[in-house]
Structures are given as structure tokens and as C-alpha cells.
Write a protein that binds this ligand. Structure first.
Ligand code: GCB
Length: 504
């Protein structure tokens, strides 16, 4: 079964007593990659995209006894899909996150956006939307701890803008303050925990709540420590983010697709800022309009789920996408779409760089840089690119007056494989590569964040090397069994130093 790709069928039987004036939905946290869902013999919907939630209404199909929910999930890779055929991660298939039945009132609060207005530390600005047949309602937004209670009315489409001033303790890594926020309509009441903070850029600075910060990050795949497979629980999130904290992080790059909701909620609670990304990875079919629609839909679903999480500060559109006109126009459309859904967060993408003629000047000038707020750059000086000492000679230049996050760098070694610092695949080589990297990073004046690749070893079909990789990418600072490699401590020292020397 290890290399199986194709369909998996699930069946769940259940009884359900529907109360009057309620509606019922079946909710999926994620299904990789295409899901077809049937209830009591009727098809209720199809969803494409492996990492975002979706739901279907079943109010009129559900019965008191012996309901039969059938789900077919197919993870066959396709050239025109997002992601496409080739990825450097395992194509785990099937239902990878929770499935729930959600009961709502006949008219319910379907969605809401409650965040500080861009650039303001006291004005809350957003909206709420009802779904049902009583769309025109009065509702109240309450933040009891801040003694806030504001009344609004939805229009005939069930929509209302929300605007009010609030004197709140702002969310930050040092004080990840979350407030209970209640939306109370005539027919429904929802409660959430929301943090309030601003995130902006000014020249090459990133400002959190108006103050410059440095993002001490690390990249993560959504892979479970110890047992393997997809990470999906609160405990998994606590372990992974706990390790990130131990490393000295205030930031994580959740690569290369939206991770489960526990990750983002735990990040909110722990004060870890988040980069969240859609799987527009390497060589998507840029010219295909259905591929664009699919990417746009995954972006919408990612933003829909996490738009009220203070931790999320960056929406990332893509990873290492080769330059070209079709690619640029595709990604520009995604950026426009992201900004139309959420004007408050920073937009970025992990991009590439190239050497100028002298082979030691790295130039950052991807034309996409024009359209993002923050430039994300992947580089492997000392691993795919020369020996560790090469980093001592590399200088960095950027065409844009924007902040730079080094979104990937690293070297590969299985835990416990020892040798001298110039022998590849040893912990000593990896440590050596990190030592030279850190020295180089310190010389980049416009650098505002770093995310080494990667926190923990992960499975990959592209990494067969027997005895070394065994189908794992071993660039983790920690093994998949939780063992810390020597390079972990190089990064930890750097982060402790950054934290101590920079008030930001
Ligand atoms: C990259 C990719 C990442 C790979 C990594 C590697 O540039 O963005 O998905 O896993 O390099 O280890 O080669």
C-alpha cells in the first residue's frame, strides 16, 4: 500500500434526530485530492484540492435511522492539478483531517471577518454574513473582557459591515492575547477567540503593531512526529510548535499547502506568527484556466478558514515557480484575489534568485517582486550550491526596497550519521553549512526573517538514497523521531542572539 495512488472508499453509518428549525451540514477538514460525497445513495457534492475544508448541506437528505455516508477520495496526481505531478513531499491520500456533522439554526451566522483595520491599532473593521431565510436581522458584536457591545443590522442579503473603535491589548509573540468575541444574531450565536494586531511593511522593515520585527522562523511540513503520516491533531501541533519555540522561533512557514486548523489555532495561542501557503509548487500549468480557477479556489478556502487568526501574517501564493509571462500573469491574478478577500495581511511567495556573472553575487529581481509586500527567497548555498564556505563569499542584492525573508536554506543529514565537516550527509556537514549560512545571513542588511528548511525530516518519493534517505528528505533540524541534530543548536544560538540584541 505504500506506493498506492488512487481511490479509497469510506463508509459511515449513523442515526440522527433532526430538531425542528435546524439545518445539517457534513464538514470535511481535508480530503486529498478529489472527494465525491454521497448520502443515502444521492450524490451531495464533489471537492477538489487536498488541504482545505469544505462542507455540503444534508438537511433534506438525512433521516432518523441508518444514514449511510459514502466518500470516495482519489489522490491520483494530475498534470493540470494544484499541486501538479511532481512534489518533494509524500502524496498522502484519503480523508486526512476531521469529518464532522454541523448543526445550525435555520438562519445562521455563516461567516465573519473581525480584525483591526489595516494600519489602525484601534479601529475594528470587518463584516458578518447570515445564511438562511431570515436574512434581515439585528445582531450584536460583543467583546466582554473589553466591555464592548456594538449593534448592527444585516441587509436583505444577510450582509453587514462591522466597524467600531476598541482599546485592546494587542496580540504579539510576547503577549499572544486572545479575546472572546461573540456574535449574537436573532437566530444564532457564535463565539470565537480572536487576537488583534497590525502587520505592515515600511521600506525594508516589517512592522508588527507599528514596531519593526525580525521573523525568527522555521519551515514545517504537515507530517506527524514519531508515528509518520499526516499531522492532524492538537497534540501534533503542540509537539511541532513546541520544537519551533525551543528553537527560538516567533514565526513558522507552513509549507507547501494549508496545514490543519489546530496548527493555526495553537500558533495563535502560543504567539507564533504564521506564513500560510497554497500548493502552487514548481511547474503548474500556467496557461490552463481551470488550473487557475482551482488555485484561486484553494486560496479562497485557505483565507476563509484562517482570516480571523492573528497569528497568520503572510499569505503565500507559490513556491519556486520558474520565470515566464504566463506564470507572472497567473500569480498576479492570485495576488489580486487574495487582496480582494483580505486587505490586511502581507502577500508573498517563495521565489528564486540568480548569480550575476561573478558567481558570488546573488541577485533578487524576480518580476513578481513588484507585486508582493515581502520577498521570500529560497537558496541552498553550501548544499546544492557549493561547499559551506562558499557562503562567506556570497553577497546579496535586491532590486526592490522591500523586506526579505530567506524562506529556505539548509543541508541534509540523517540523525546520528557522523563524520568530518566536509563529508556530505553527516551531521557535522549540516552543522558546518548552517554556521556559514548564519554568518552570511547576518551580512544582509534588508533581511527581516529566516526559515531554515526544515524543522523535521519528512517522507518524499524523490529521496530514495538507501541507508541515508530511505524515502525521507533528511534536511530536518530534528529527525522524525524527535532527535535534535547538531545544526539545531546553531540555529538556536542565532535566534537567541537575535532575540537578545534586537528589541524587534
Ligand atoms: C526546495 C523546495 C522544497 C524541497 C527543498 C529540498 O527548494 O521548495 O520543497 O523539499 O528544496 O530539500 O530540496
Amino acid at each position: 500500500m505504500l506506493l498506492y495512488e488512487g481511490t479509497i472508499w469510506y463508509k459511515k453509518s449513523f442515526d440522527y434526530q433532526r430538531k425542528e428549525n435546524t439545518r445539517l451540514f457534513v464538514y470535511f477538514g481535508a480530503a486529498n485530492y478529489i472527494a465525491d460525497v454521497y448520502l443515502n445513495g444521492e450524490k451531495i457534492g464533489r471537492h477538489e484540492g487536498g488541504f482545505t475544508p469544505f462542507n455540503f448541506e444534508v438537511t433534506n437528505l438525512v433521516r432518523d435511522k441508518s444514514n449511510s455516508l459514502i466518500v470516495k477520495v482519489d489522490n491520483k496526481r494530475r498534470r493540470d492539478a494544484v499541486p501538479t505531478l511532481i512534489t518533494d513531499w509524500w502524496n498522502y491520500g484519503g480523508l486526512t483531517r476531521q469529518v464532522k456533522l454541523i448543526e445550525t439554526p435555520a438562519t445562521f451566522v455563516q461567516d465573519y471577518f473581525i480584525q483591526l483595520q489595516k494600519g489602525s491599532r484601534e479601529r475594528i473593521s470587518g463584516w458578518a454574513r447570515l445564511n438562511g431565510n431570515k436574512l434581515h436581522q439585528k445582531f450584536t458584536v460583543r467583546i466582554p473582557e473589553a466591555r464592548i457591545s456594538k449593534d448592527f443590522t444585516t441587509d436583505e442579503n444577510g450582509y453587514a459591515e462591522i466597524n467600531f473603535n476598541a482599546d485592546l491589548t494587542l496580540w504579539s509573540p510576547n503577549n499572544p492575547k486572545l479575546y472572546d468575541v461573540v456574535i449574537e444574531a436573532e437566530t444564532d450565536r457564535v463565539q470565537d477567540q480572536i487576537g488583534f494586531r497590525t502587520i505592515e511593511t515600511r521600506g525594508t522593515e516589517i512592522l508588527l503593531n507599528g514596531r519593526p520585527i525580525f521573523l525568527r522562523g522555521v519551515c514545517l511540513h504537515e507530517e506527524a512526529p514519531f508515528r509518520g503520516g499526516r499531522a492532524y491533531s492538537r497534540e501534533d501541533a503542540q509537539t511541532l510548535l513546541g520544537w519551533a519555540k525551543e528553537l527560538g522561533c516567533n514565526f513558522v512557514r507552513l509549507a507547501h499547502y494549508p496545514h490543519n486548523e489546530f496548527m493555526v489555532k495553537e500558533a495563535d495561542r502560543l504567539g507564533i506568527m504564521v506564513w500560510s501557503e497554497i500548493p502552487v509548487y514548481w511547474t503548474i500549468l500556467w496557461e490552463n484556466s481551470a488550473t487557475l480557477d482551482n488555485a484561486r479556489n484553494q486560496l479562497s478556502e485557505m483565507i476563509a478558514r484562517d482570516k480571523n487568526r492573528a497569528a497568520v501574517i503572510v499569505w503565500s501564493m507559490a513556491n519556486e515557480t520558474p520565470l515566464g509571462d504566463a506564470r507572472l500573469s497567473f500569480l498576479k491574478k492570485l495576488i489580486e484575489h487574495a487582496r480582494s478577500l483580505d486587505g490586511t495581511r502581507l502577500i508573498s511567495a517563495a521565489m528564486e534568485r540568480h548569480y550575476l556573472g561573478d558567481t558570488t553575487t546573488q541577485m533578487i529581481d524576480d518580476p513578481l517582486g513588484e507585486y508582493v509586500d515581502v520577498f521570500g527567497c529560497n537558496e541552498y548555498v553550501g548544499w546544492y550550491d557549493g561547499l559551506p564556505e562558499k557562503a562567506d563569499r556570497v553577497e546579496w542584492r535586491m532590486k526592490y526596497q522591500k523586506p526579505l525573508i530567506m524562506t529556505e536554506f539548509g543541508a541534509e543529514a540523517p540523525y546520528g550519521n557522523h563524520g568530518d565537516p566536509l563529508t556530505r550527509w553527516t551531521e557535522e556537514y549540516q552543522e558546518n553549512a548552517y554556521q556559514h549560512q548564519v554568518k552570511m545571513l547576518k551580512r544582509i542588511s534588508f533581511l527581516r526573517g529566516t526559515c531554515p528548511w526544515i524543522l523535521m525530516d519528512f517522507r518524499s518519493p524523490r529521496r530514495p538514497l538507501p541507508g541515508i534517505q530511505d524515502f525521507h528528505n533528511r534536511k530536518g533540524l530534528i529527525s522524525d523521531r524527535g532527535e535534535k541534530k547538531k545544526a539545531f543548536y546553531v540555529m538556536q544560538n542565532y535566534y537567541h542572539e537575535m532575540e537578545a540584541t534586537l528589541p524587534r
